[in-house]
Design a protein around this ligand. Sequence first.
Ligand code: 5GP
Ligand code: ZN
Length: 117
Amino acid sequence: MAGEPQDDCLFCKIVAGTIPATIVRETDTTVAFRDINPQAPTHVLVIPKAHHRDAAALAAEAPELAADVLRETQAVADQEKLESYRTVFNTGSGAGQTVWHAHAHVLGGRGLEWPPG
Ligand code: 5GP
Ligand code: ZN
């Protein structure tokens, strides 16, 4: 069910602490941790603690929680002293989504080209 922890979900395991991660921020409802394969000097993932499949599902199923995630992207940028940064939600495998627990990528610390690849 939406919002419930999933046994086979990597990010639910990070929330539970059964898989380690370098956590940079935590709130009652969210966790932010460094991406294991960073694509920029700062590459942090912000996730809701509750399991939702992707960003759109999160917004539909728990809009206040979606707002918490967005608020935390700015908090991460502030903490990492990023003047500019990019927030990315990959949705669907064709767009590069590999983990089916909603997450915002916060990328910064270098110039970022537009359009993305
Ligand atoms: P997606 O491709 O779904 O948008 O993003 C998933 C992200 O999770 C990828 O950037 C990938 O590097 C990261 N990732 C995958 N496994 C782990 C892990 O075990 N720990 C951490 N910290 N990041 C992970
Ligand atoms: Zn999950």
